[in-house]
Design a protein around this ligand. Structure first.
Ligand code: MGD
Ligand code: MGD
Ligand code: SF4
Ligand code: MO
Length: 672
């Protein structure tokens, strides 16, 4: 039997899949050739998704801890016993500490609207602490909004009309292969494609021009380019007059200090290169800048996006199809998600804990102290910054931890109770993309493995265990999906809504256009935004600049994994190889380090040991480690996030995972 499904992972492409099912097993996964965006192409990770779904490592029963926290020693128990233990422990905690002593922690193991948000109504009703889910790109969203307000993103299909595409801090070859396909097609028809990155990524290998900047230096590059464009009159004055506020102030107050010669030290590019880029950009007809997450995970991340957003505004790129700035789509208004999240269930607004500061929360929060952590579809012991602080928290004997997972992850090892989760092929959901305007509903196509339960079914069970008679928690996930699709709206008319109900992939249309009216308070593109601490785009420092360690670490992504997912896959681990640190020959020479030796990477927060690869792929002063490994695969029992910090972005409370300073020595000097 051939069934339709959708890739559930945190990837902008949300590919349509065709699953061949035989005897309740998924035996083959293929790209949906008729899907409007997928068009028959999926990534190497998902082509063998059945190996994840039917992995012998899948958790199939609830588990109760029998050894010390972190030891991974558990015994199977029934769902009844698991639910009863969880509910009775919470019923002890709540009268003693208050329900805010319970902290949910979830992120993006699955992107489906129902399963991803299943915990919200439950924890709202419980009165638990809330989690600020800001690990990914809130600084990018903030920077876009500060300039463009609620203006919707342009239709990414317009990229077929761009004559210059700049992939800026976006490793599209790894993280959004359909954007990469668009870029390749653009090159074929004669358009230029540039990539701006901090090292030579697979994306940089596949474009016309790779522009390697210093980490966090993109704001300087953008303002340097802007200074040249203003000095050389490469502007669209009429567009500025009619559509932009703050241009004169930017010219008089900020740009005098942004001559290319002044920007070189910050962005690492020569003044001539900055000039050449400015001229080529400003004289393109419909240049499109596509901004990724990379450049935003810094102490200046939101401001960097504001600096970049000045460029299309001053040349009027927005007027021409294919021109402008693309930071990803936001389809929040397409579905009435409040019907799932049910903020109205909260007795009163409860406290909010930032997910990037889990380590600090588990250690320092009082009134009440965090006494129970419920983790679902996330692996904070591996992916959260300041890993040593997170693990110290998870080791607390008085912390009652429940982890709902498909695999025995680093976090699950610290659980008191582990609950087995379904994979996306075993439960229904409604997916929408954040790289385009497509959406698709799908059903479970095979039965749950063993006793695995979906997020939604698990929260319904816990609601029963707590004796709640709220009918909301007695409905099926399909019911909730039906409610999300009950009424057509501005984004999807009756016909599209019906197609969605039938499980067909659709492309929705945002109700307003990205070419004005600009949905900002002033009705113009706000280069000057009076509501901001810094009303004009300007240069802010990164966090790492102030650190005493000399090398800048980029804990980047791998082609063959997705955050900490896919570590269960031997085929992909083989492609990835051992956890590795990439270093420039000059830095290796200065430290007398040899290729392929084990090195010790450290800063004030922690240390890890990785195999060294000496390569020109990274510039001097920068070291790179690609991908997150489960901790039991690393030599030192710690992963790359032992080196990242809990510091937040300038605005948006985002993670600063790329804003890291380290030193590297030979591994034998460990502990120095
Ligand atoms: N294969 C694969 N795909 C993924 C993921 C994965 O782990 N693996 N993760 C998924 C998730 S959750 C997300 S959020 C997206 C992220 O996907 P992207 O938006 O592509 O973001 P990143 O890969 O974090 O960073 C993009 C690039 O920015 C570079 N970079 C870092 N700092 C700077 C800087 O200061 N300036 C510039 N110009 N570049 C910089 C990095 O080296 C990297 O190559 O990908 C998703 N897709
Ligand atoms: N060093 C470093 N750290 C990073 C990043 C980086 O590039 N470098 N990227 C950051 C970014 S952008 C992000 S978005 C975060 C992502 O961090 P997370 O959202 O935690 O993503 P994953 O590590 O993929 O973990 C997801 C887990 O969910 C489980 N899962 C999948 N489906 C389900 C389900 O239906 N139910 C349940 N209960 N579980 C399920 C999977 O088995 C997996 O273990 O990581 C961040 N951390
Ligand atoms: S991870 Fe991304 S590219 Fe790969 S199948 Fe899923 S949505 Fe498509
Ligand atoms: Mo992310």
């Amino acid at each position: 039997m051939l069934c339709r499904s959708v890739c559930p992972y945190d990837c902008p492409d949300a590919c349509g899949l065709l699953i061949t099912v035989e005897n309740d097993q998924a035996v083959k996964i293929a790209a949906d050739p008729n899907h409007p965006i997928t068009q028959g192409l999926i990534c190497g990770k998902m082509r063998q998704y059945q190996q994840t779904v039917h992995s012998p490592q899948r958790l199939t029963t609830p588990l109760l801890r029998t050894g010390p926290k972190g030891s991974g020693q558990f015994k199977p128990i029934s769902w009844d016993e698991a639910a009863q233990r969880i509910c009775s422990r919470w019923q002890e905690i709540i009268p003693q500490y208050g329900a805010e002593a319970i902290l949910p922690y979830s992120y993006a193991g699955t992107m489906g609207l129902v399963q991803r948000n299943s915990g919200h109504p439950f924890f709202h009703k419980l009165g638990a602490s809330r989690l600020a889910r800001t690990i990914c790109t809130p600084a990018k969203d903030y920077g876009w909004k500060a300039v463009m307000g609620d203006t919707p993103a342009l239709d990414p299909a317009e990229r077929s009309k761009s004559d210059l595409i700049i992939l800026w801090g976006l490793n599209a070859a790894a993280t959004s292969i359909h954007s990469m396909a668009v870029a390749q097609a653009a090159r074929k028809r004669g358009a230029q494609v540039w990539a701006v990155d901090t090292y030579q990524t697979p994306t940089c290998d596949a474009v016309d021009q790779a522009i390697i900047v210093k980490p966090g230096g993109d704001g300087a590059l953008a303002l340097g380019m802007l200074q040249v464009m203003v000095a050389e009159g490469l502007l669209d004055q009429a567009f500025i007059r009619d559509n932009v506020i703050g241009f004169e102030e930017l010219c008089s107050q900020i740009l005098p200090d942004c001559r290319p010669e002044q920007m070189t030290a910050i962005c690492g590019l020569s003044a001539d290169t900055i000039r050449d880029l400015a001229r080529a950009y400003a004289t393109a007809t419909a240049p499109l800048i596509q901004v990724g997450g990379g450049l935003t995970r810094y102490g200046n991340g939101a401001m960097t996006v504001r600096c970049i957003a000045t460029l299309p505004a001053v040349i009027g790129a927005w007027q021409r199809p294919g021109g402008g700035l693309f930071c990803g789509t936001s389809t929040g208004a397409a579905f009435p998600l409040q019907l799932v999240t049910r903020e109205d269930f909260m007795p009163s607004p409860t406290r909010i804990v930032n997910m990037n500061q889990l380590g600090a929360a588990l250690k320092n929060l009082h009134d009440p102290r965090v006494m129970s952590l419920y983790v679902y579809h996330s692996n904070p012991a591996a992916i959260a910054p300041d890993q040593n602080a997170v693990i110290k928290g998870l080791e607390r004997e008085d912390l009652f931890t429940v982890v709902h997972e498909r695999f025995m992850t680093d976090t699950a090892r610290y659980a008191d109770i582990v609950l087995p989760a379904t994979s996306s092929l075993e439960h229904p959901d409604l997916y929408r993309s954040y790289g385009s305007y497509q959406a698709q509903r799908c059903s479970g196509v095979i039965p749950p493995l063993g006793e695995a339960k979906s997020n939604w079914d698990t929260f319904c069970l816990l609601a029963q265990g707590l004796g709640w008679d709220e009918p909301f928690f007695r409905q099926s996930a399909d019911n909730l999906i039906d409610q999300l699709l009950a009424e057509p709206n501005d984004w999807r008319d009756v016909a599209i809504t019906e197609q969605l109900r039938q499980g067909e992939p659709v492309v929705m249309t945002p109700p307003s256009s990205p070419r004005g009216p600009w949905l900002t308070p002033s009705g113009k593109i706000e280069l000057r935004n009076e509501r901001e601490l810094h009303p004009l785009p300007c240069l802010l420092p990164t966090h790492a600049e102030a650190d005493r360690f000399p090398l800048r670490l980029q804990p980047s992504v791998s082609l063959h994994s997705l955050n900490s997912s896919f570590n269960e896959r031997d085929d992909l681990l083989q492609k990835r190889g051992e956890p590795t640190l990439l270093m420039n020959p000059a830095d290796a020479g200065a430290r007398q380090l040899q290729d392929a030796e084990l090195v010790h990477i450290y800063n004030d927060l922690g240390a890890v040991e990785l195999l060294l690869k000496v390569t020109q792929q990274v510039p001097a002063g920068v070291v790179v480690s690609e991908g997150i490994y489960w901790l039991d695969r690393s030599q030192s029992g710690r992963g790359i996030n032992a080196l990242t910090s809990q510091r937040l972005t300038d605005c948006g409370e985002g993670s600063t995972l790329y804003d890291v300073a380290v030193e590297v020595s030979a591994a034998k000097k460990a502990g120095k």
